[in-house]
Design a protein around this ligand. Sequence first.
Ligand code: AMP
Length: 396
Amino acid sequence: MKILVINCGSSSLKYQLIDMENENVLAKGLCERIGIAGSKLTHKPAGKGEFVIEKEMPDHKVAVQLVLDALQDAEHGVIASKDDISAIGHRVLHAGTVYSDSIVVNEDVKRVIRECFPLGPLHNPANLIGIEACEHAMPGKPNVAVFDTAFGMSMPEKACMYAIPHEYYEKYGIRRYGFHGTSHKFVSGEAIKFAGLDPETAKVIVCHLGNGASISASIGGKCVDTSMGLTPLEGLIMGTRSGDVDPAVVQFICNHENISVDEMLDILNKKSGILGMTGISSDFRDVEKAKEEGNHLAEVALDAFRYRVIKYVGAYIAAMNGVDAIAFTAGVGENDADTRKEVCDSLTYAGVKIDEEANNVRGKATMISAPDSKVKVMLMPTNEELAIARETLALV
Ligand code: AMP
């Protein structure tokens, strides 16, 4: 069975076609600048070179059609007909409090995605457009919505409720939801298998450290806490996002700079994090280079990033009264041995002991804790597309 995985942004569409017999990626690609002049599709069939199609894509319907054409192309294609695609799995940001699992799309599901536009204004509209474009291009094929918020729905009330008047939860669903859920669920599941832990009871912390960064704590595969909140702004310091700040900072800067709350939120989302702290870049590699060259702000930003990871991991060890496994994933988590080492060196109180040689690795599932470490620590690459494909397969 072949499953097409779609991740739609407002002007982009990422895709992968996965053969579920062996979980091999047959082809993947990206449509950019949808609805903007100069759109292009970059299509990469497995084992062959990249193939770029520069063609106007006024909307996502046209983009989906171009993707299907590329997949069936005589030269660059990987399937004979779109009928070879059994189902489509879509990454969808927000399901509010309605869905705690993936679901086959019907009119009700689309209504919920639409009702959650205010909670995910940048992503949910694009996600729905992607679903409708696939319905149009492949009528009758099942579409499955895989929600980024689903994993966080098992958080107990003590972890997900904000200490603000309850009426805002009742009126607007203001609570902590958590994001990167597909990645946290996938990586925690793989970590349990990799470490040979009991899937019913294992206490696992996943550090998803990328441009967006979040940490989750789960017991027996169920999320009990996670660092992102109502939106993906809360929690860790990220590439451009501040993570936790005192809300009074917003009021102070708005008043003194004479800007609106919306403008301030834009600053916290897009101009803060390690970019804002250093003025150099949102890319961790650039900031690491600047630190090596003696830039003090770069050193502070990286220290602060790692310090906050250490604090969250410590909080989650306390919340779960222990931890069996800690998994590092995403761009920084999979590639940056220094960050992993510094975090682990601050967790010796919990019985974490890192094997420095094993830690000197990138991008592949590796146990990086010493054999006598009480806690299994590992590098576990995330694969959100495969996770979406597996969820889709399970439902169809
Ligand atoms: P992601 O959002 O998961 O794609 O992660 C992107 C981030 O990972 C970027 O900020 C990269 O700088 C960072 N990254 C990739 N490789 C490394 C590395 N070797 N050391 C530090 N950061 C890295």
